[in-house]
Design a protein around this ligand. Structure first.
Ligand code: NAD
Ligand code: AHE
Ligand code: ZN
Length: 376
């Protein structure tokens, strides 16, 4: 079949909207009509050329929602008409990682996924002249139709709006999951969140759900504080305007009469900046602070700190997709949204057509959007 897609032809160039060829689903695969997709900073990370795994030409996008149109041979858990959310972290329930019960990082198809290919080592997308187009994070939601492995689709209830629940495909689950699954934040905790964008706001939402007492937001853009306050941020620091280095600011803010050491119980990087990751670790409390890296850093970037920071009890962790097991947990997130337990609507600041998708990237760069969602 043919479908319309925004294709990343070269690193650093705007996406080009065009008709592409899409082959039907092979065994174990599913054809999905994408109804809506968010634009995550990770899409920009890859589009810009900063991603060591970036491939071109490719169809980016990994935060979608849609409807199953056709299933390939052997597919048993999905049927045409089912509503689904694509998973860049699949859940096969059979690999050593899934069976370990210790991680959400299913390894069943990670190798081919990282090479922009379907599990059989081929691509379903091509240009009209036959040039193959790579898949992206196993999803490619910047196409109106995509083919995905059955194990990389979460079946969700069919009364949930696509233009909102697409965000559960990455940002919402990553942010809330980082708090609940990865950090395991307890009621009454203190926390700092670096970067108040599409991920950081969901970390804040997760912290409020977990019952954190003090939620310190850090961003270079003052405008981001407005929404963060609505989601539960109690204090805001703009490091460019603060009197002291941000680590010191946070340590002072968290000192109490009884605790003269200071530092937050939990911190989260949602910027992808390695210096920020260091600050996030170092503002966490001596003896027990846990700092979670969420942001993805450009090719070649490395984190560093004095080992003393770890010797003295701080723990540095990372999270992908908020530690969520996609097929199991994503339908629950959708229920939480539909039942009013979590909020999504205010964070979707812009709705665009596929033809306007590059505007979504511009808005992100200008710091004007939280999530821009493309509706097909
Ligand atoms: P975003 O662009 O919406 O938000 C980033 C925010 O960070 C912005 O508000 C920006 O002003 C702020 N910021 C940038 N530099 C800063 C600095 N030095 N100090 C303080 N604030 C700073 O991006 P997003 O979609 O929220 O994504 C955030 C990061 O999370 C990206 O690196 C993205 O690739 C990553 N991410 C990771 C996962 C995962 O599973 N680990 C999932 C989704 C996104
Ligand atoms: N390709 C990058 C890594 C990017 C990365 O860490 N991706 C996250 C999801 S970000 C979603 O917005 C992830 O899931 N990582 C685990 C994995 O297996 O990719 C690089 O640096 O090579
Ligand atoms: Zn993402």
């Amino acid at each position: 079949m043919r479908t319309r897609a925004a294709v990343a032809l070269e690193a650093g160039k705007p996406l080009e909207i065009m008709e592409v060829n899409l082959e039907g689903p092979k065994a174990g695969e599913v054809l999905v009509e994408i109804k809506a997709t968010g634009i995550c900073h990770t899409d920009e990370f890859t589009r810009s050329g900063a991603d060591p795994e970036g491939l071109f030409p490719s169809i980016l996008g990994h935060e979608g929602a849609g409807i199953v149109l056709e299933v390939g041979e052997g597919v048993t858990t999905l049927k045409p008409g089912d509503h689904v959310i694509p998973l860049y972290t699949p859940e096969c329930r059979e690999c050593a990682s899934c069976l370990s019960g210790k991680t959400n990082l299913c390894t069943a198809i990670r190798n081919t996924q990282g090479q922009g290919l379907m599990p059989d080592g081929t691509t379903r997308f091509s240009m009209l002249d036959g040039t193959p187009i790579y898949h992206y994070m196993g999803c490619s939601t910047f196409a109106n139709h995509t083919v995905m492995p059955e194990i990389a689709l979460a079946k969700v209830r069919d009364d949930a709006p696509f233009d909102k629940i697409c965000y559960i495909g990455c940002g919402v689950t990553t942010g809330i999951g980082a708090v609940i699954n990865t950090a395991g934040v307890e009621i009454g905790s203190t926390a700092a969140v670096f970067g108040l964008g599409g991920i950081g706001l969901n970390v804040i939402q997760g912290l409020r759900m977990a019952g954190a007492d003090m939620i310190i937001g850090v961003d270079l853009n003052d405008d981001k504080a407005v929404m963060a306050k609505k989601f539960g941020m109690t204090h805001f620091i703009n490091p460019m305007k603060a009197q002291r280095p941000v680590v010191q600011e946070i340590v002072e803010l968290t000192k109490t009469e009884r605790d003269q050491i200071g530092g937050v119980d939990y911190s989260f990087d949602a910027t992808g900046n390695v210096q920020v990751m260091r600050d996030a670790l170092e503002c966490s409390h001596r003896g027990w602070g846990v700092s979670v890296v969420i942001g993805v850093a450009p090719s070649g970037a490395e984190i560093s700190t004095r080992p003393f920071q770890l010797v003295t009890g701080r723990v540095w962790k990372g999270t992908a997709f908020g530690g969520a097991k996609g097929r199991t947990d994503v339908p629950k997130f959708v229920d939480w949204y539909m039942n009013g337990k979590i909020e999504i609507d205010p964070m979707i600041t812009h709705k665009l057509s596929l033809d306007e998708i590059n505007t979504g990237f511009d808005l992100m760069h200008e710091g004007k959007s939280i999530r821009a969602v493309v509706e097909y």
